[in-house]
Design a protein around this ligand. Structure first.
Ligand code: 13P
Length: 277
């Protein structure tokens, strides 16, 4: 093996631990992913470094950050232990697409996963389920894992259509194929809960995550049981504990509260009941 520090913490512990029951417990650690969206210049690398340093003590969670493209390489260099990923990719490997970025480029810059289909991409750039699926396939082909985002609008929830909308998005945007389930995570992010301070009730989150689980089993068979389903939308240190305790919630995709180490570590601590020091 090369430098131990170049291997993400969760792999190092899996490799180091020969006990299969421990391995299973490790796989069930909550996956807490920070999505920095269009925030961050090099001045913010100190936050990434602080999150990474703390991750060594917060081993009950698998932690990752998705900074803007411009910071992926530098974040990877600053952070030895946490996952580093991208927020989007183009479906093509390369070509005449000015201003776009391909999955192999992101992988080369140090990304190990890619978020696709975030509602801000779907609305700002008119991305359809088909486009999201091709982006997910491109990321998988480049050797990254993917986080496929889905979520209903407030009008869709008010009309009683939330579950239908979300399941249709999963049907259309989750890639298929042998072994794919191992590299796919789904993030349920109700559009109306993003950046608003509002969250669904725990019952509503439980019902949606359970419906998503059933859909993933329909798509992937038994492997669908192991696909992680994150909740995203106004997760903060005060509500993370309650949300992460809900059945079929395997972690969180965190926007605003991931922008400072202080808040993001608060989310991780709340999610795991871990000690900070
Ligand atoms: P907030 O945590 O800021 O609501 O953002 C959620 C989100 O969109 C993460 O992808």
């Amino acid at each position: 093996m090369g430098s131990a520090l170049a291997t993400p913490l969760y792999f190092r512990h899996r490799i180091a631990d020969p006990d299969p029951t421990v391995k299973k417990t490790m796989a069930l650690r909550p996956y807490i992913v920070g999505n920095w969206k269009m925030h961050g210049t090099r001045a913010m690398l100190g936050e990434a470094r602080a999150i990474d340093r703390a991750a060594e003590r917060l081993m009950k969670a698998e932690v990752a950050l998705a900074p803007p493209f411009t910071l992926i390489h530098a974040t990877r260099k600053e952070a030895d232990l946490i996952g580093v990923g991208a927020q989007d990719c183009h479906p093509a490997e390369g070509g005449a697409h000015t201003g776009d970025i391909s999955a192999p480029m992101l992988k080369d810059a140090g990304a190990s996963f890619c978020i696709v289909g975030h509602s801000e991409r779907r609305s700002d750039h008119g991305e359809s389920d088909g486009v999201v699926k091709s982006k997910a396939e491109a990321a998988l082909n480049a050797g990254m894992s993917v986080i496929v985002c889905v979520g209903e609008s407030e009008a869709e929830r008010d009309a009683g259509r939330a579950e239908d909308v979300v399941l249709a998005q999963i049907e259309g945007s989750v890639p298929r194929g042998e072994g794919v389930a191992d590299s796919v995570t789904v993030a349920y992010e109700p559009v109306w809960a993003i950046g608003t301070g509002r969250t669904p009730t725990t019952d509503d989150i439980a019902a949606m995550h359970s419906a998503i689980r059933n859909k993933l089993v329909e798509i992937f068979g038994n492997s669908g049981e192991g696909v992680r389903i994150l909740y995203g939308g106004s997760v903060n240190p005060d509500n993370a504990g309650e949300i992460l305790a809900i059945e079929h919630v395997s972690g969180a995709l965190v926007g605003g509260a991931s922008l400072t180490a202080e808040k993001f570590l608060g989310v991780i601590v709340a999610a795991t009941g871990d000690q900070r020091d």
